[in-house]
Design a protein around this ligand. Structure first.
Ligand SMILES: [Cu+2]
Length: 264
């Protein structure tokens, strides 16, 4: 560890100290308050059910917004062709990508320890990859900078603690976690205004993000009655109810459409 790292470590401690004191305008969030694991049993894998489906976009294929990276020549130089926003991505089959689908309610008193494997969020091509991720409370999020330019990652949570960290080229991966459930935390880069991503934080592992075919699969559910929600950053959340028996697989498709008059 060199002098500079020591210094930034000391600055961080100082900042944490101030955040802990609640001296700032925002009320301090006690990071340990939400960490106690519920006392319930684990899900019996022999009864585990699956909910699968896709998220269909109703209104054709709106034109994607082009991102302008001219403000940082290093970013612009990384792309030989136009780059488009991930805010609304309609797949070739008419489905939506980057929809966060999750079990909103219906889970009993089960215990869901955080996975040991971190979720990974990369800063690559001056974009966040993936655009939407889900993690469990207290699961590590490993943040990378694959670019030869400096990013400043800045999650803007409502119930977790806000922070931002500068990551120069070659920076060590940053390990963070979020102790409280939150849907979803916007993440921005203080250097590049076009960079945006979202992190969904849940106490349980029953979530998925739709990919290039617009599908999702949520496995390992205990039998029961659930409300499943599908969240899209621009169009909001739609919900459906589903009942699954032991070892059953149910298909649930969602339709998302822009609000009337929203155009594209
Ligand atoms: Cu950036």
């Amino acid at each position: 560890m060199n002098k500079r790292q020591l210094l930034s470590g000391a600055t961080l401690l100082l900042l944490l100290f101030y955040a802990g004191c609640g001296g700032a305008e925002k009320p301090a969030v006690t990071e340990t308050a939400a960490t106690e694991a519920p006392a319930g049993p684990p899900v019996d894998p022999a009864t585990a059910a699956t909910v699968t489906g896709k998220v269909v976009f109703k209104n054709g294929k709106p034109r994607a917004n082009r991102l302008r990276m001219d403000a940082d020549a290093a970013c612009a130089a990384l792309h030989g062709q136009p780059v488009f926003s991930d805010e609304v991505v309609i797949n070739d089959n008419g489905t939506l990508r980057y929809v966060f689908v999750y079990v909103k309610s219906g889970l009993g008193n089960y215990s869901f320890p955080a996975p040991k494997e971190p979720a990974v969020l990369d800063q690559h091509g001056c974009l966040y990859t993936p655009h939407v991720i889900g993690v469990q409370t207290n699961q590590d999020v490993k943040i990378l900078n694959s670019d030869q330019t400096t990013h400043n990652i800045h999650p803007v949570p409502s119930v977790n603690r806000e922070w931002n960290t500068s990551m120069p080229p070659g920076a060590e991966p940053l390990i963070k976690s979020f102790p409280r459930e939150e849907l979803l935390i916007p993440v921005k880069c203080n250097v590049h205004p076009w960079m945006k991503s979202y992190i969904g934080v849940l106490k349980h592992p029953f979530f998925a993000v739709t990919g290039a075919d617009g599908s999702f699969t949520i496995k390992g559910l205990p039998p029961g009655d659930y409300t499943i929600a599908a969240w899209q950053e621009k169009f909001g959340t739609v919900e459906q109810k589903v009942t699954v028996g032991a070892k059953e697989t149910k298909s649930v498709d969602f339709t998302i459409s822009p609000p009337a008059g929203a155009g594209d």
